[in-house]
Ligand binder design. Structure first.
Ligand code: APR
Ligand code: ZN
Length: 368
């Protein structure tokens, strides 16, 4: 099978022919239908997050189950699934406490790369997040996939696995936005647009989109934003003016200290900044201390939507099928696996929300 391999940070991904190990007892093999180009993978491609190589990235995938291991009873070949990076063991204190997305002991095959199912030229290579979605097929743990209804188009479904659950979940399950709240979203890419639709679903009164790219502000309007602010030093002043003193909730969906700081400064009393964007591994924050006391503001992180993906993804699929969740509009372009480097160039150019790698033969088979 073909996969996009990262050999070295800041070098283009290379399409290689790999072999895939057989499924083990608790695993499934998935023929990939669609795989989204998330900004998180890009952090590894440019070395913002170091990772040993050779590595197959990609974590926002959908597909059709091809084979299941001997312990797998909940899925069978032919089922349609979405993968998620928040795989879980089900038995650690985090899982037992209801926080499976923070699982302490994620299920693995053993140390990487030796135990990876991805074999290149006879040698195992690293599988990102135990997934490796930039490939024609994946072998993953049963607790890293969830079944979705057959009516759900698999290209749209892939977005549920990261962009949607991360953004929508941060608003609904993480920050618990309430009806009437005012909300600002800094960074309206694939994830930020889903914070917008989460805030809308939660009943926010004003949803202020902040981005440096005009195309993203235009998209934000489609997803339910009510006000629009051009990103930059002036953003805080504009939001404080628009809201007469700040918002109840700010979400930072880029991962840079300057905009995290802005998120704090645009809060009204009792407000909360939720950090979603992944910062560089060595990033530090320089924040004014007094607002924490004077305004009782809070900063918290939200990872993978602060919710169990097995609970949330099937519900989000139903929301899409009922016409209450926008997914088609997230996919700016459909590309072949071979166009992955151009896809990332387009993401960094600011014009696209999600580029989606699609395998047309699989999508066609899925719709029959
Ligand atoms: N002010 C406002 N907006 C900005 C700024 C800035 N200074 N810098 C960048 N942006 C905007 C970009 O124009 C883009 O629309 O932030 C958005 C980032 O979106 P994407 O590149 O599509 O990234 P996405 O996949 O949404 O992920 C966002 O969340 O999960 C994490 O790792 C992920 O850190 C990444 C973040
Ligand atoms: Zn992602």
């Amino acid at each position: 099978m073909k996969a996009a391999v990262l050999y070295e940070a800041n070098k283009p991904l290379v399409i290689e022919e790999l072999t895939l190990d057989n499924v083990r007892d608790n695993e499934v093999r998935v023929r990939v239908a669609a795989s989204g180009l998330c900004h998180s993978d890009y952090h590894f491609m440019v070395g913002d997050m170091p990772h040993p190589t050779p590595l197959v990235l990609g974590h926002e995938a959908s597909g059709i189950v091809e084979a299941v291991g001997s312990n797998v009873t909940t899925l069978k070949p032919g089922d349609h699934v979405v993968t998620c990076i928040s795989s879980f063991c089900g038995g650690c204190p985090e899982c037992l406490g209801g926080y499976s997305y923070r699982c302490d002991t994620k299920p693995t095959r053993g140390p990487q790369p030796a135990s990876s199912p991805l074999i290149l030229n006879g040698k195992p290579i690293y599988q990102f997040g135990q997934l490796g979605g930039f490939a024609e097929e994946m072998v993953v743990n049963i607790n890293a996939v969830t079944k979705i209804p057959r009516e759900m188009p698999l290209d749209c479904a892939a977005t549920l696995g990261c962009a949607v659950i991360t953004g929508f979940g941060a608003a609904v399950y993480g920050a618990k936005v309430r009806p009437g709240d005012t909300v600002a979203i800094i960074g309206c890419g694939g994830v930020g647009l889903n914070v917008i639709q989460g805030a809308r679903a939660a009943g926010a009164s004003r949803i202020i989109a902040v981005d440096i790219a005009d195309a993203k502000l235009e998209l934000a309007r489609k997803f339910g934003a009510t006000d629009f602010v051009k990103g930059g030093d002036d953003a805080v002043g504009q939001i404080n003016e628009l809201t007469r003193g700040g918002v109840n909730h700010a979400f930072e969906v880029i991962g840079i200290p300057a905009t995290i700081r802005q998120g704090l400064l645009m809060l009204k009393k009792g407000g909360q900044l939720t950090m979603i964007g992944v910062p560089r591994f060595d990033a530090k924050l320089d924040l004014p201390a007094l607002p924490f006391l004077q305004k009782e503001v809070r900063i918290v992180g939200s990872t993978m939507g602060s919710v169990s993906f097995m609970l949330a993804i099937p519900k989000l699929a139903e929301e899409y099928l009922a016409g209450r969740l926008k997914l088609d509009e997230l996919i700016s372009q459909r590309i072949a696996l071979e166009q992955i480097n151009q896809g990332y160039e387009a993401l960094m150019g600011g014009g696209v929300a999600r580029s989606m790698i699609v395998f047309n033969d699989v999508l066609k088979a899925a719709s029959q």
